[in-house]
Design a protein around this ligand. Structure first.
Ligand code: TYD
Length: 253
């Protein structure tokens, strides 16, 4: 698939972007910000997530994350893959066929990192199962938001409390520190083995806005999104909502 996207109403090709990272890396927030930013350029964006990007997937998500469920490891691998197969057929493929930019919060690499590396399973086997689920639909770009394990878990617990999530940590989040360390190392191994597809942002020391800037920089570069020709109507020193006015050399701030 051609990755070139032209801003100015015309999308030249569909683009599939995934966001990945350990728990507490802030990828869900960044997925929303990236979608908003692309939409401001007039681009058609579909923002979705796994597990649970379809009606059937929401049922699978509930089974997968309910702490009282005792799932065998292979059941967990297969249910994640089943969720993905349904999501690809029902949501992702149709959107790409409609020339949309699809942003997916977690995808295949989550299964490789969590079920493969995290649960000490044969990563090649997990990959083969997932290849059957996605039918060759690999992302064009995978943004890996890395975070130091303890920092990520602390952020995650704080965010859950702020959101008033009374149910506490889910079945996967509840796993021990060593599991979460293996997940993080697994992600790093995955990106080292496929640097063309992955781009990494270390979020450990950064705030939301700084991460968003880095993500945007990568997306623009990798997908060759060009700035639209715009004429700013604001006067020198006036504030302007359109961020790209700045680089067009206008007087707005
Ligand atoms: P998510 O909704 O991304 O949780 P959060 O927003 O809290 O990060 O994902 C739920 C959990 O499911 C998360 O701990 C990661 C895990 N997961 C896997 O273990 N394998 C997978 O293939 C996917 C998609 C998610």
């Amino acid at each position: 698939m051609n990755l070139r996207v032209r801003v100015g109403r015309t999308v030249m090709a569909a683009v599939f972007i995934t966001l990945e990272g350990p728990d507490g890396s802030g990828k869900s927030t960044q997925a929303v910000l990236l979608a908003e930013r692309l939409r401001r350029f007039g681009l058609p964006v579909l923002l979705t997530r796994e597990p649970g990007g379809t009606a059937l997937g929401l049922t699978l998500r509930q089974i997968l994350l309910e702490p009282s469920n005792k799932l065998a490891v292979m059941t967990e691998v297969l249910l994640m893959a089943a969720d993905r197969a349904q999501h690809v057929e029902e949501v992702i493929k149709p959107a790409l066929q409609n020339n949309m930019i699809v942003i997916c919060d977690r995808y295949v690499d989550s299964s490789l990192a969590y079920q493969g590396f995290g649960l000490l399973q044969d990563v090649a086997k997990v990959k083969t199962i997932n290849e059957a689920a996605i039918g060759g639909l690999w992302p064009h770009l995978t943004l890996l938001l890395d975070v130091e394990t303890e920092t990520g878990l602390q952020r995650h617990t704080l965010a859950s409390r702020r959101q008033g999530r009374s149910e506490g940590l889910d079945r996967i989040e509840q796993r021990d520190l060593e599991f979460h360390r293996r997940v993080r190392q697994g992600y790093n191994r995955l990106q080292e083995s496929d640097p063309q597809r992955f781009a990494v942002v270390d979020t450990t020391e950064l705030g939301v806005d700084d991460v968003a800037q880095k993500v945007w920089h990568i997306v623009r570069q990798r997908l060759e999104i060009s700035e639209p020709e715009i004429t700013c109507t604001k006067k020198e020193g006036e504030s302007c909502e359109v961020n790209h006015c700045r680089s067009a050399g206008s007087g707005c701030k």
